[in-house]
Design a binder for this molecule. Structure first.
Ligand code: NDP
Length: 283
């Protein structure tokens, strides 16, 4: 137990928009369990270098330990940092900045977060099919290649050039967007990293019939939690892994770096986040 006189440790998440981030709830839950005095704020920064740079300067000046970085600043965060982990450099993006003295150190916990979500679900894919090739897809693809040891990684994206670039990065293959249903036959894990299925976006149009019986489906979209893709996967008797798992696991790295020691991802934390998502959907 930490005494009441311990200084308040400060961190936050910088993004645009950031008003709906669930990260404060995750960090506050962990801090309450340890009796730690912390603040974890949502920090809006407009999508340009100047706004992002001045937000980070302000946090450093005000004694923050570090911050998470979300859309659209993950590449900017890496560019701004003085040092970067091998993971952040490999992904070309950072979702964590740690302030050490006058230095900014970049890291990418999306990679370990996705790998942990698969491990928690007991999924060890030999052959993975990734839909999407945006920022999050890079972390997912690197996790599959470097951490999970997937032997075969196929990438399908609406814009073929981005699929080709990501395939090159992880030594995978890029396939055409129109071949996505047929490509399922060779996958033991399907991962949706596109924004399709998110609240306000159309669902992903994909018939899971060709996906092998023992295959799993992961969707990193978490709002709504049960995307049409995950509902279809469950209805078809396939294992489904939702986006909250990755979100909780990636957050644990920042919490331990800046705020406390114990960052356990468990049913209680999940229940709190699910309740927050439900309240939001009903609002
Ligand atoms: P990006 O904007 O970088 O990438 C979006 C991707 O979606 C691109 O591949 C894009 O294709 C594709 N896409 C968008 N609209 C369509 C469409 N109409 N048809 C087909 N493809 C489309 O976003 P991110 O990668 O950062 O985020 C993607 C999703 O992942 C978001 O929902 C985000 O909330 C979620 N996420 C979840 C995390 C978690 O911890 N669970 C962590 C990070 C993100 P194209 O290249 O052709 O534009």
């Amino acid at each position: 137990m930490v005494t009441a006189r311990a200084p308040v440790r400060k961190a936050g998440v910088v993004g645009w928009p950031v008003a709906h981030s669930l990260s404060p709830l995750i960090h506050e839950t962990w801090a309450a369990r340890e009796g730690r005095r912390i603040t974890y704020e949502r920090i809006p920064a407009a999508p340009d270098d100047a706004a992002f740079g001045s937000a980070i300067e302000r946090l450093m000046r005000d004694g923050y330990k570090g911050c998470n970085v979300t859309l659209p600043h993950k590449e900017r965060a890496l560019a701004l940092a003085d040092e970067a982990s091998a993971e952040a450099r490999a992904a070309g993006a950072a979702n964590m900045l740690t302030f050490g003295g006058r230095k900014v150190i970049a890291d990418n916990s999306d990679i370990a977060g996705f790998a942990a979500a698969l491990e928690e679900a007991g999924v060890k894919p030999a052959s993975a099919l990734i839909l999407g090739a945006g920022g999050a897809a890079r972390g997912v693809a690197i996790a599959l290649r470097r951490v999970c040891g997937a032997a075969r990684i196929s990438i399908i994206n609406r814009s073929a050039d981005r699929a080709i670039a990501l395939a090159r990065l992880v030594d995978g293959e890029a396939l055409d967007w129109s071949s996505r249903a047929a490509a399922l036959a060779d996958a033991d894990l399907l991962v949706n990293t596109t924004s399709l299925g998110m609240t306000g976006e159309p669902p992903l149009d994909l018939d899971l019939e060709a996906l092998p019986r023992g295959a799993a489906v992961a969707d990193i979209v978490y709002s709504p939690l049960e995307t049409p893709l995950l509902a279809a996967a469950r209805a078809a008797g396939r294992r489904a892994i939702d986006g909250l798992s990755m979100l909780m696991h990636q957050a644990a790295f920042g919490y331990r770096a800046w705020l406390g020691n114990e960052a356990v991802v468990d049913a209680d934390l999940r229940a709190r986040l699910e309740a927050a998502l439900k309240a939001r959907a009903g609002a």
